[in-house]
Design a protein around this ligand. Structure first.
Ligand SMILES: *[C@@H]1O[C@H](CO)[C@@H](O)[C@H](O)[C@H]1NC(C)=O
Ligand SMILES: *[C@@H]1O[C@H](CO)[C@@H](O)[C@H](O)[C@H]1NC(C)=O
Ligand SMILES: *[C@@H]1O[C@H](CO)[C@@H](O)[C@H](O)[C@H]1NC(C)=O
Length: 972
């Protein structure tokens, strides 16, 4: 017997003796201090060592009453209070605690205690408070607590209690406070809880998934002050009886499936301060009776099916601070006096059918921080008062019919970080900044004024935005020269001034905007040369100057901008020859057309320039907006696909006929023994076999003569000079050597002069992306998700740390994590993987430098450095973890346009692990261990750190994920 076990047995024996002593000596006799001390010390044996409890030492028993967390009665004879909350203690909690039968107060909250709570509670005849909140108890709810005659406060929230709420909980008539929130409870809420008429607080929501409706018996709980039934699967309508709870100050029913209309009886709750019924299926109007809710500070009804007008009494509610009614079908106008109480701080009425004017009084109290009215039918001009609303932080008024000019001062409000006014009919000049204001430093990070009718020249104060990252001015009538102060926008990443009437030269100062990756000056009347200084922007990625009157030669220095993958110089007056250097060789002729004096490279020779002009004029859609570029590329890709299909067919025919043509014949390189040939592989390449399309190519599925299923990826977009014999095949051979359980096996490589086919093992269950976000979505249980996260992490870890040279994936995303028939994860698609060469920039890197990953997964440093390393993969993997947690796509699933999963998560949780509940995938109904979710969230947030050095390595990620998972549920 090893010594800890031995000690344990000793203690058990000791406790047994103690038991008998206790039960023989009547409980009316006070227990000696030493006996009580012994009980505590024996409890401590089951805890992880914790320094706070070092006073718990038997030799110290005389001072028992001053031990950590202990309080005794006035005579210092018995312990009446034990508080060991917030100590992060883990371990089990022995039932011998109940021997401290004089306890009135017991707080073990915010620890990691696990096991069950099958204590002999009935010994605790005096217990009034029992707080076990936020531990890891994992069993059904204890029934014996119902035998505590004096219990007033019972908090079992934030654990893993499962099963149903026992109806006997309705017997605890002395209770004032009951929380069972945040567990794994199921079944119906027992109506007997309606007998607990002394309750002031009742919390049952979050994680629990109940059947049925809110019991109408809750109408008997007339002492309730706080009722929280949020996020626990409740259906049916809201019972009218809740209107009897006239002491309520908080009613939380959000995020359920409640339907029907809002009971007018809730208007009787005249003490109500916070009312949240958002994210349900409620219909009908806001009841007129709500005009009685004079105490209301928060009213959230967003994401429902409510309609009718927003009643004008809303503006009379004297204390209203937060009003969020977005995503309903409200019509009519915004109450004209909204805000008059002077308390309004957050207003979001977006995505309704509201019309009329934006009220003048919104910011009367100078408290308004958030103003979101986007996507309605609002008209009229913006009230001038908004220009003096110095508290504003986020303003989103896009997609309305607003007219008039932008209020003076509006752009320069000191706290403003987001300003969206796009897609309205705003006119007039952009107001300059008042001299008196120029000292206050602007926080503005994003300004979108696009698609309005703004005119005049830009004021030089447009440079007074040191934090501006995105400025979108396209589709207006701005004229005059682009101010030189534009060069003061040191943080600008994206600058779009297209579709205006800007004239004069492009200011050379624009070269000082050294972080710009996206610059669109197209469709203006700019003249003069492209300033050489543009080439100082080393990270420029997209440059469009088409449809201007720019002239002189194209600066060859631009060719040195490594990341410049898209540039459009078309329809100007450039002359001379196109530099045949660097990135210039990447652009095709559409980038240059419509410049009659320009010649060279891929373009028509100078003597045929006239035909070039007419060609360009035929192309009415020649303005190369990004979307159009994409279309071009798509067409091009399709054309390529078509050609290669024809070609592949021809090739098959040819090879069948036994015609052998050296350059066009197919060469098959197998990386392991395969029982089929290139003909069988080519047979898969047909439209009806397409099982996926990705950045790197089209994927076909097929069954080989031996019944083996394979997936064939046809690589697209491999640049000239990177075909079969130019480095690619060497890379692919290395990939073919990779053998790892969690990496999709590359079986063979089949190519000829123009086409490269990669043959992979077939993954029955498709990609993680399809499973999470596709039509079949939602059936991935929590345990499977964690398992997939660990497996994918192991695959990536292998690439980063066990391959030589190491392999950076460069396109980690849920669509590149494939699932086999057992839902085991396999990292796929090395079409974009590039070897990190020791000396940077070896021969092969050029071939794929334009491919950087997928939107929503790209690490922020790419924007600044254009370098992608293994830490960029870690970032992308963090995004995948967030997808697993939230079930949401990396972009496009967030009420707010332009928001991505990383921003959204940060906003929702404020980086607080405890708040992970707010972001979890709602489809995950069963058994989500909160600690695992928190750990996964924690790892994800580490992975998506802004600074790549602060991200963990994949090896560390694997370790942290494995730790998150309790052993033996999941075998490694
Ligand atoms: C304290 O001692 C006094 C006198 O011995 C006794 O009457 C009283 O009940 C005791 N109080 C408690 C809380 O034990
Ligand atoms: C309920 O509260 C009242 C008033 O505080 C109290 O008198 C009564 O004893 C309580 N009921 C129970 C069962 O504890
Ligand atoms: C509890 O409530 C039920 C139904 O509301 C009622 O029939 C029962 O008598 C109540 N029990 C007690 C002890 O009040």
């Amino acid at each position: 017997m090893d010594s800890p076990t031995f000690t344990f047995v000793l203690y058990t024996l000791f406790l047994l003796c103690l038991n008998t002593t206790l039960s023989t000596s009547s409980s009316s006799l006070p227990m000696s201090l030493k006996t009580q001390a012994t009980i505590l010390v024996s409890l401590k044996q089951d805890f992880e060592p914790n320094t706070s409890l070092k006073t718990w030492n038997i030799s110290n028993y005389m001072s028992l009453c001053s031990w950590y967390g202990i309080q005794c009665d006035t005579n210092n004879t018995s312990i009446v209070s034990l508080d060991i909350s917030n100590l992060n203690i883990s371990g089990t909690f022995s039932s011998s605690i109940t021997k401290l039968s004089n306890l009135k107060f017991l707080n073990i909250s915010n620890n990691l205690f696990n096991g069950n709570l099958s204590w002999k509670f009935s010994y605790f005849k005096d217990l009034e408070v029992f707080d076990a909140y936020n531990n890891e108890f994992n069993c059904s709810l204890p029934i014996e607590v119902t035998k505590l005659p004096k219990l007033k406060y019972l908090n079992l929230g934030g654990n893993f209690f499962n099963g149903e709420i026992p109806s006997s909980y309705g017997n605890m008539l002395s209770l004032n406070y009951l929380s069972l929130a945040g567990n794994d409870l199921r079944g119906f809420i027992p109506y007997e809880l309606g007998n607990l008429t002394n309750l002031t607080h009742l919390l049952l929501g979050y994680y629990n998934v109940f059947d049925g409706e809110i019991p109408s018996h809750f109408g008997n709980l007339v002492n309730l002050v706080h009722l929280d039934l949020a996020n626990c699967g409740l259906k049916g309508s809201i019972p009218n009886e809740l209107g009897k709870l006239y002491k309520l100050d908080t009613l939380f029913l959000q995020t359920n499936q409640l339907s029907g209309s809002i009971p007018s009886q809730l208007g009787n709750l005249s003490s109500l301060k916070s009312l949240d019924m958002s994210n349900n299926e409620l219909s009908g109007n806001i009841p007129n009776e709500f005009s009685n809710l004079h105490e209301l500070t928060l009213l959230n009804l967003f994401i429902n099916k409510l309609y009718g007008e927003i009643p004008s009494f809303v503006s009379e509610l004297p204390n209203l601070e937060v009003l969020k009614l977005w995503h309903n079908n409200f019509t009519g106008s915004i109450p004209s006096k909204l805000g008059q109480s002077g308390k309004l701080s957050e207003l979001d009425l977006s995505t309704n059918k509201l019309t009329g004017l934006v009220p003048k009084s919104l910011c009367i109290g100078k408290k308004l921080k958030i103003l979101i009215l986007l996507n309605n039918f609002l008209f009229g001009s913006l009230p001038n008062e908004l220009g003096e609303c110095y508290t504003l932080q986020r303003v989103r008024l896009g997609q309305n019919f607003l007219t008039g000019s932008i209020p003076k001062g509006f752009l320069y409000l000191p706290q403003l970080s987001l300003l969206e006014l796009q897609n309205n009919y705003l006119s007039g000049f952009l107001p300059p900044q008042e001299i008196s204001n120029t000292n206050s430093s602007s926080k503005l990070g994003e300004m979108n004024l696009s698609n309005n009718r703004l005119s005049g020249s830009l004021p030089s104060s447009i440079g007074n935005f040191p934090n501006l990252q995105i400025m979108l001015l396209h589709g207006n009538r701005f004229s005059g020269e682009i101010p030189r102060d534009i060069g003061k926008l040191k943080n600008i990443l994206r600058l779009d001034m297209s579709f205006n009437n800007f004239s004069g030269k492009i200011p050379i100062e624009i070269g000082e905007c050294s972080l710009v990756t996206y610059l669109d000056l197209s469709r203006n009347q700019l003249s003069g040369p492209i300033p050489i200084q543009l080439s100082q922007i080393h990270i420029l990625n997209y440059l469009n100057v088409s449809w201007n009157n720019l002239n002189q030669t194209l600066p060859k220095e631009l060719g040195a901008i490594k990341g410049l993958t898209s540039a459009d110089f078309s329809n100007n007056d450039f002359s001379g020859s196109i530099p045949e250097i660097g990135q210039f060789s990447m652009f095709n002729s559409t980038s240059f057309i419509g410049n009659p004096k320009l010649c060279g490279y891929d373009l028509n020779p100078c003597n045929r320039s006239s035909s070039t002009v007419s060609e360009s004029q035929d192309q009415n859609n020649g303005h190369a907006k990004p979307g159009v570029l994409v279309k071009y590329k798509l067409l091009f890709a399709l054309a390529l696909l078509f050609c290669s299909l024809v070609f592949a067919t021809l090739a098959i025919i040819k090879s069948r006929k036994g015609i052998r043509q050296d350059s066009n014949s197919w060469k098959l390189t197998a990386f392991q023994k395969i029982e089929y040939g290139s003909e069988d592989i080519l047979g898969c390449i047909k439209e009806s076999n397409i099982i996926g399309r990705g950045g790197a190519g089209v994927v076909y599925g097929g069954t080989m003569p031996n019944d083996e299923k394979i997936a064939v990826k046809k690589l697209l977009g491999i640049n000239k000079g990177c075909s079969y014999d130019n480095g690619l095949s060497a890379e692919i051979k290395t990939l073919g050597r990779i053998r790892h359980r969690y990496i999709v096996k590359l079986l063979a490589f089949c190519s000829n002069r123009d086409t490269n086919l990669l043959v992979y093992e077939y993954m029955t269950n498709g990609s993680l992306g399809e499973v999470l976000h596709g039509k079949r979505g939602g059936y991935l249980e929590w345990n499977v998700r964690v398992k997939i996260a660990i497996e994918a992490a192991k695959g990536l870890c292998y690439l980063h740390h066990d391959c030589c040279p190491m392999i950076v994936h460069r396109d980690v995303k849920s669509n590149n994590i494939l699932l086999d028939s057992e839902f085991e994860a396999h990292v796929a698609d090395f079409g974009l993987a590039k070897f990190l060469l020791q000396e940077n920039n070896g021969g092969t890197s050029e071939c794929m430098s334009s491919i950087v990953g997928s939107y929503g997964y790209i690490a922020p440093e790419y924007a600044y450095t254009l370098k992608v390393d293994e830490k960029s993969d870690v970032y992308s993997f963090g995004v995948v973890l967030l997808e697993l947690l939230t079930g949401r796509r990396p972009v496009g699933d967030f009420g707010e346009e332009g928001m991505d999963i990383v921003q959204w998560t940060k906003l929702q949780t404020e980086l607080n692990k405890e708040k992970v509940v707010k972001i979890l995938d709602k489809r995950l109904h069963h058994n989500i261990p909160l600690d695992e979710a928190m750990q996964l969230f924690f790892v994800a947030m580490l992975c998506v750190q802004e600074q790549s050095v602060e991200r963990p390595t994949m090896r560390e990620v694997v370790e942290m994920l494995v730790q998150a998972k309790q052993p033996n549920i999941f075998q490694m």
